[in-house]
Write a protein that binds this ligand. Structure first.
Ligand code: ZN
Ligand code: ZN
Length: 183
């Protein structure tokens, strides 16, 4: 006769409860993995068949299917790909939009005053604050000083050749801002 082992019914009940909770948790985990995989695959691929295939892999193989998915999924999401393409486009545009010398059309730095290749004048200097100004400006945006168009280049005035530009600017009375277009 085999001696009967009496298991208290309370222990059996506890084991059943633990098993039920464990099973429910495992089921919920499996479902969560399926949902997560579906969402993640949607973010990474526009191909609906690839998304369905990835989801099926997790439905059938569970956590092992997820490992397979991690090995096979595209490294970047569509949003990351889009962002990267925007960055590359901006970089290219930045290269294209670097200013060029009007004389020799070489690329010049935006702060340069004179082209080092052909000596074309690229900018004029404000006599008050020494900022570089566009040749077409007649007022300094940094300090508000009206800029004499004579300093922009000698083609507007029939100034005396040989006389330093700075001297001519200094001897003229400072014109009010409202009068600057007449200069
Ligand atoms: Zn040049
Ligand atoms: Zn200035």
């Amino acid at each position: 006769m085999i001696p009967e082992i009496q298991i208290p019914s309370i222990v059996i009940t506890i084991l059943q409860v633990i098993l039920a909770f464990g099973g429910a948790f495992f089921l919920a985990l499996w479902l969560s993995l399926i949902v997560w995989t579906f969402r993640d695959a949607r973010l990474r691929s526009r191909d609906i068949f690839a998304v369905i295939l990835a989801t099926l892999m997790v439905i059938v193989f569970g956590p092992l299917g997820l490992v397979l998915y991690f090995l096979l999924r595209p490294p970047m999401t569509l949003a990351e790909l889009y962002e990267r393409s925007l960055e590359e486009e901006a970089l290219l545009q930045d290269l294209e939009e670097r200013p060029r010398c009007p004389g020799c059309s070489r690329q010049v730095h935006e702060n340069w005053v004179v082209c080092p290749e052909c000596h074309s004048k690229l900018k004029k200097i404000c006599s008050h604050c020494s900022h570089g100004l566009h040749l077409s400006w007649n007022i300094c945006p940094f300090c508000g000083t009206a800029v004499d168009s004579f300093s922009a280049g000698n083609d507007h005035h029939t100034g005396q050749p040989g006389q330093p530009v700075q001297k001519v600017v200094d001897t003229r009375p400072m014109a009010p801002v409202s009068m600057s277009p007449t200069l």
